[in-house]
Structure formats: C-alpha cells, structure tokens
Design a protein around this ligand. Sequence first.
Ligand SMILES: Cc1ncc(COP(=O)(O)O)c(C=O)c1O
Length: 383
Amino acid sequence: MVSARPVVTALPAYRPGRNPADLAREIGVERAVKLASNEVAFPPLPAVLEAIGATAGETNRYPDNGASVLTAALAERYGVRPAQVATGCGAVTVCQQLAQAYNDPGTSLAFAWRSFEMYPLLAQVAGARDVRVPLVPGTPGGPADTHDLDGLLAAIDGTTRLVFVCNPNNPTGTAVRRGELERFLDAVPAGTLVVLDEAYREFVTDPDVPDGLELMRGRPNVAVLRTFSKAWGLAGLRVGYLIAEDPAVAEAVRKTQVPFSVSSLAQAAAVAALASEAEVRERCAAVVAERARLTEAVRERGLPVADSQANFLWLPLGGQAVEIAAQLEARAVITRPFAGEGVRVTVGTPEEDDVFLAAIDEVLDTVSADTPWTSAAVGRPGA
Ligand SMILES: Cc1ncc(COP(=O)(O)O)c(C=O)c1O
C-alpha cells in the first residue's frame, strides 16, 4: 500500500458547513437555514453577474496567470504598487502559499488559539511547528476572548518565520486595537513575517480597530490578507489576495502559486465587485445593523455573546456547544460548533436570523436552567 506522509495521514478531514438542501431533505422540511460559513446572504451583485456572463465565452482559454487586471485594480484601490499584490484561489490558498514560501521543516508558525482553523493545518503540512498562544479568556458579561499579543510576542523565537494575527478573529469576532497592535508589530523581529488576516475587515465598525494596510506601511515584515469571499460575495468563485509592504513577500507568494489558480471568471467577477464598492459598503452596513439586532436578541435570551466586529457572533457555550448546535440542526438551522468551546453563528438575513432565534428559544426550553452559560453572570431572564 502506498502511504501518505504521516503528517498528512494524521490530519483531520476539513469539515465544511453542512449543505442546507441535504439537511432539509434529511429532516423533511422545505428549507434549512445555513449560518455556518460566514458568507453574505445577498445574491451576487448585478455587475458581477454581467462580468461572469461576458467572460464565460473565454473559458476554453487559460486565465491570465498573473491576474494582471485584478492586481492593477487592487493596487489602485489600496494605493500600493502592483508588485506588492499577490492574488490566490481564496485567501486560504494564499495562507498555504505563505507557509510553503516561509516555513522549512524545523521552523515554526505562530498564531492565537482559538483562531482560523486552517492555521495549524498549514503548519503541519509544511512540516513546521504550530505554536498556539491561547486567547485571553473573556469573562461572562465582560470583555470577550481576545488576542494575547504579549503572549504571542513571547512565543516568537529564532525559528518563527510566520505569525498570523486574525483581526477580527474567527471565530470569536473580537478585534485588537491600534495601540496594542502597533506596539506588537514594532517589537516583532525583522526576520518574522506578520500576516494580518483581515478576511472580515469590511465589517469592522470600531474606529479604534486599525486598517492593517495603514499599519503595514513602513514595516517590511508585515503583510495583509483579504478575501472576496465574505463582504464582496464571491465565496463560490474563490479569490483572495495579499498586500505586502515588501514586494519580495508578494513575489514569494506568487512563486508558490499553482499556475492559473484564479480562474478567469473569478478574476472578472472580482474586478467587477471592486468597481461596485459603494453597493458592497451598503450591504456591509445592512449586515452590521443586523449584527446589532441579533446580538441584542441573543443577549435578551440570557446567552453570552461577544461584541462582534465581523459578520458572525460567537456564543461561548462551553460543553453545551455541540449539543446546542445539534438541536438547532434538528430545527433546520446550521451553525458552526467548536466542541467544548462555543458556537459561531453567521449573521444572516433578518428572516434567517428570526428562524435561528425561534429555534434557539425552543432549544433553551429543552435544556436545564443550570447549564454553565446560564450562570448568575449571564442569567437567563425567567429561566
Ligand atoms: C480568518 C479567515 N481567513 C481566511 C479565510 C479564507 O477565506 P477564502 O479562502 O474563502 O478567501 C477565512 C474563511 O473563512 C477566514 O475566516
């Protein structure tokens, strides 16, 4: 038998959010609501559909390997040179390229934990050590779990080639502020690349949460990672990008790209989406308003929920997380549980979120009032 590398054999299989049509069929309902993958619920922008249609006739040809039109559009939009930009088949592939480019076996990759679940896998596949620095735990009714930047700094040593700072953090939705992030970036050794993963940047409303592109300027060991999958509504097309202060970083990412990995449809759609930024901003504002309504509604039910700067909420339900998510699924609502930690719920449309709230009401009626998350600090009114 041919064996895969031991590190690959040991990898857990990636678990994507469940398909709502499958769930609906399984439990015999017309429609299930998917609040598991942090997509936006809006259909593709009209300009995006038009661009895809116009490009469809060219799909007998390979795409532009350098995504030059998209790269130029991103450079113009963000005030950088095209040489500072690298595009990829989703931001997650750019992360993988970064690990390939910077992590030899024996080196390490550091990040907060819990954070984006791909980070440890990237390190393991690259044969590098993954260094996880626990989030500072939140307190019920007080601040939520957030990055421990001093801890992350202390974890960096001569082997650390890459550090991911996910801001806002997936899955907690919490964000680090300008002052602490600046201090951290100034202290990181020059031989360690810090990647500010801003997949959810467009949903940030706290003015004290910095734009990574501003902090990147003048810091050659800092790069910013963003995606078209979330706010820009192109999750199904897979486009992400990196902007680096030092063009050599972008070049290293380009060199590790699988040829033609951003399809021609994806490139055209991303260019059209960028040109429709005003509509995208309106949509983000609607998501942010709905985030506030949903946060309030969840709190009214006595459940702990962190203030989120992203398009999802984090419910630290501890040991109840998996059970509650399963009960929600039985009521046709798909969320994303993290065993023993919490449940991440994407902000959907108001209608979808009402389905979630009705389901959570039913679930709360079935669970005991003395579960850990209904402790005095977060006590459920009337429970
Ligand atoms: C923090 C973070 N970074 C990167 C990604 C990858 O995004 P994509 O590969 O869809 O561009 C995600 C997706 O969920 C994410 O949550």
